[in-house]
Design a protein around this ligand. Structure first.
Ligand code: NAD
Length: 481
């Protein structure tokens, strides 16, 4: 049985209660974990608080060295960690392995930045006086993580938090705690002092709720649904915690008439169907210029037909590409009802639109990659986030029309434009309401660049050196001689 990790020890919950983590492919139990409660969360917060003073005064070089070492230990176990991630999450092994690689890259990135934090010396109008800006870590940080990319999204919080000298309590999603627990054990084995990095497991409404309401927690980094994020912000702001929210998205992709059509088709395919479409920054609405609409759509349908759903632990035979099941039954129900709504409003299904047939698929939450056209603008797949392998494609006749439609969403996370025309590129960068614009590029979150949303996609940024700013408080100092 996996255990929580608090104050350098693997522990059960105080009640001894547990719950099962199941494989989305067949419902088999992967492992059991403690069902933590409020007391467990408090225990972890207290442990993180107790060691904050010491950790925040540990030299930046030393903190960096421990993070580099942690990434090495994770890398050495990458294969078995990727297998565990596949079994608890459902994604294909290659995608899981890539997620771990991305996690390590992020930890290395922030380890490298730990010793590069800068303040300022400021001239003042007062006589014999000058100002300084010093930057201080905040204290105990709560890292609340969803199930779709459990490891990278944990790393985007833990990396900058620890590099900046904060201590952390991680709360993974209830259905994906196992790989996280093992990684946090390994990071502690690297020598990170006891209590600096803890993980608690249990229901979000109990242990997560305690993290966001416990006054000893000074910072919440949350990734998840917009509705949960709104609640998190309301509660956490009650005692003035610093909060960042990485929430849902409905990324538009615009393909102009001069686009490199093959590159754009690949961008749409990977951008929508990676992780079975369960990605915040996935391509969720595709706007294609009239002139190349038919050629683009038939090319994309051809490529999407190469997907074969199945167990992520096995590879599909080339040229087929493996896609895993959806993570939960509820997730698939939601996708099915969104597709039905689109069809009821006149949409045509060009590929997919159903569960795969065959007894081998009965136990998993499988759904076929789906492409829709003639989709009405008031359909749920346009208005809501579609967190699964469904792509509605729309015909547009101008960039103005495409941008107006792209912006007609409550979300504003990612977006992309595919064109060689510099005017179009600059117009898109300027006018699309989103935290990120990719130009002729796959929607992908690089560690080097800030990532986050506008509108209902949240506020604050993860990734990039900018993420460190959210884990450091500037303190103004006046010195008079
Ligand atoms: P979710 O909101 O249901 O859960 C996210 C986390 O919050 C989980 O750990 C959950 O246990 C916890 N939680 C639930 N109730 C809580 C409470 N009352 N207090 C504190 N914590 C609580 O989201 P999910 O279904 O796990 O993830 C999918 C969503 O995440 C999608 O909307 C997706 O777009 C979004 N997401 C956003 C980004 C981004 O960077 N913007 C990245 C990945 C996923």
């Amino acid at each position: 049985m996996a255990k929580m990790f608090i104050a350098g020890e693997s522990v059960d919950s105080v009640t001894g209660e547990t719950y099962e983590v199941r494989n989305p492919v067949n419902g088999d139990v992967v492992d059991t974990v403690p069902k933590g409660n409020v007391d467990d969360a408090r225990r972890a917060v207290d442990a993180a608080e107790a060691v904050f003073e010491e950790w925040s005064h540990t030299s930046a070089e030393e903190r960096a060295g421990l993070l580099f070492k942690a990434a090495e230990l994770v890398e050495a176990e990458r294969k078995s960690l990727a297998e565990l991630l596949t079994r608890e999450q459902g994604k294909p092994f290659q995608e899981a392995s890539g997620e771990l690689e991305h996690f390590n890259h992020g930890i290395d990135f922030y380890a490298g930045l730990a010793s590069k934090v800068r303040g300022a010396q400021v001239p003042l109008p007062a006589k014999n006086a000058y100002g300084m800006v010093v930057r201080k870590p905040l204290g105990v940080c709560g890292a609340i993580v969803p199930w779709n990319f459990p490891i990278t999204l944990m790393g985007t919080k833990v990396g900058p938090a620890l590099a900046a000298g904060n201590t952390v309590v991680v709360k993974p999603a209830s259905s994906t705690p196992l790989t996280t627990i093992r990684i946090i054990e390994l990071m502690n084995q690297a020598g990170i002092p006891k209590g600096v990095l803890n993980v608690i497991t249990g229901p979000g409404g109990v242990v997560g709720e305690e993290l966001i309401s416990n006054p000893k927690v000074r910072r919440i980094a949350f990734t998840g649904e917009s509705a949960t994020g709104k609640h998190v912000a309301e509660v956490a702001c009650g005692d003035f915690k610093r909060v960042t929210l990485e929430l849902g998205g409905s990324d538009p992709m615009i393909v102009c008439e001069d686009a490199d059509i093959q590159k754009a088709i690949t961008g749409a395919m990977v951008g929508r169907f990676w992780n079975a479409g369960q990605a915040c920054l996935a391509v969720k609405r595709l706007y294609v210029f009239d002139k190349l609409f038919d050629e683009f759509v038939s090319g994309l349908v051809g490529k999407v037909s190469r997907y074969e759903v199945g167990d992520g632990m096995t590879r599909a035979e080339k040229p087929k590409i493996r896609m895993g099941p959806l993570h939960t039954a509820a997730q698939r129900d939601e996708i099915e009802s969104q597709v039905k709504d689109a069809i009821d409003r006149g949409a045509k299904v060009l590929v997919g639109g159903a569960r795969p047939e065959g007894s081998q698929y009965e136990k998993g939450h499988y759904y076929l990659p789906t492409i829709l056209v003639d989709v009405a603008n008031d359909s749920r797949v346009v208005r809501e986030e579609t967190f699964g392998p469904v792509l509605p494609i729309f015909r547009v006749s101008s960039l103005d029309e495409a941008i107006e439609k792209a912006n007609g969403s409550i979300y504003g996370l990612g977006s992309s434009i595919w064109t060689k025309n510099l005017d179009n590129i600059e117009t898109a960068i300027d006018r699309i309401q989103a935290g990120n614009v990719w130009v002729n590029s796959l929607h992908y979150g690089y560690d080097e660049l800030p990532f986050g949303g506008v509108k209902a996609s949240g506020f604050g940024r993860e990734h990039g050196p900018e993420a460190l700013d959210y884990y450091l408080e500037p303190k103004g100092v006046v010195i008079t001689r």
